[in-house]
Design a protein around this ligand. Structure first.
Ligand code: ATP
Ligand code: MG
Length: 334
């Protein structure tokens, strides 16, 4: 078993990234058996599909590394690195771009969403991004890839690319990666709009809880979070058609590893005026230790850079093996 997953340094990490991705990664890392590996990377090559200020990109990469370590990713047990320090990602992506078909990429819904109306003005990288993602996992012959539902289509594409490569060259080089869909990983919604997901790139900071927010920031954001005037319902059915209310209850339940129904039992009939302060305290309690570790780590940027360089060296050793096989299969001279 080899798990691979990544996160873009496009802003600071939020509660959605934590509950939907990083907390799961930490649990997977903690459950690794001897001989199993987990690789987690900061996807800086992906980030530049949309222009990033160089200084911000550098800072965001360090901050995300620090936030991941603060949340429990342990560089002694998992391989933690940033993507651009392992040039084999880009090299394999090129080979796979010659395997993937334009028609396949045209069907990717994320490109349609991210490029919006200005398709012609989007970067070629943004269009080809899912192929780089395929390279990210195939480079390590990943068997399992933790994905949110926004990424399921891209993993399907990675499987199609792996199959076509193996068939075209008559090899059994790439195993087909399986999705790992975590049981307790909700889609966390924006605090301002229950129809949108919580996102790093949302211009409104009030829409998300950052892992680096202070206790007072968190209390204020939850107090101002959008809800409806109805009280907390008795059961899960009562949350239908109430995305903002559902979101707040789900955050509470997920942070406490409890079913939504059990949280509803505790608060049924109460208004959000009573529920919100309780929720804020649950979030503060969960994030405060992460926040404190984050600040300690960030005070020593050289230590972060050293941890990433060490992770990159480990990742490169694995990546080089796969790439040597790819070169041989494709017919590149040694
Ligand atoms: P961006 O807005 O730049 O796309 P993002 O907030 O969507 O940023 P990503 O780096 O695209 O974050 O995703 C990192 C991981 O976090 C992925 O596994 C993704 O599925 C997960 N994730 C992102 N947003 C949420 C959310 N609101 N709820 C749960 N999981 C999320
Ligand atoms: Mg995203």
């Amino acid at each position: 078993m080899r798990i691979v997953s990544g996160i873009q340094p496009t802003g600071s990490l939020h509660l959605g990234n934590y509950l939907g991705a990083i907390r799961q990664w930490v649990r997977m890392q903690d459950a690794l058996q001897p001989g199993q590996q987990a690789l987690f990377f900061i996807a800086d090559l992906h980030a530049i599909t949309v222009f990033q200020e160089p200084a911000s990109l550098r800072q965001a990469t360090r901050e995300i590394a620090a936030a991941m370590m603060a949340a429990g990713i342990d560089p002694a047990r998992a391989i933690l690195f940033n993507q651009s320090q392992v040039p084999e990602h880009a090299e394999l992506a090129w080979v796979l771009e010659c395997i993937a078909r334009i028609g396949w990429l045209n069907r990717m819904t994320q490109f349609k969403e991210k490029s919006g109306k200005d398709r012609e003005g989007a970067s070629v990288g943004l269009f080809a991004y899912p192929v780089l993602q395929a390279a990210d996992v195939l480079l390590y012959k990943a068997t399992h890839v933790p994905v949110g539902d926004d990424q399921k289509q891209h993993l399907e594409l990675a499987r199609d690319i792996a199959t076509k490569f193996n068939t075209d060259y008559g090899v059994e080089l790439f195993p087909l990666p399986e999705p790992l869909i975590a049981a307790a990983a909700p889609r966390v919604r924006s605090l301002r709009d229950g129809a949108a997901k919580m996102s790093k790139s949302d211009p409104s900071d009030m829409s998300r809880i950052n892992l680096t927010d202070t206790a007072d920031d968190i209390r204020q954001k939850i107090r101002k979070a959008r809800t409806d005037p109805e009280p907390i319902p008795q059961d899960v059915k009562g949350l239908e058609g109430r995305p903002e209310a559902r979101n707040l209850v789900e955050i509470y339940a997920t942070l406490q590893d409890r079913p939504v129904a059990s949280v509803l039992q505790d608060y049924a009939g109460q208004g959000f005026g009573q529920f919100k302060p309780a929720l804020a305290e649950v979030i503060v309690a969960a994030l405060e230790p992460i926040n404190a570790r984050f600040r300690d780590l960030l005070a020593h940027p050289q230590a972060i850079d050293a941890a990433l360089a060490n992770g990159a060296a480990q990742a490169r050793a694995l990546a080089r093996e796969t790439l040597a096989e790819v070169h041989a299969a494709v017919g590149f001279l040694k």
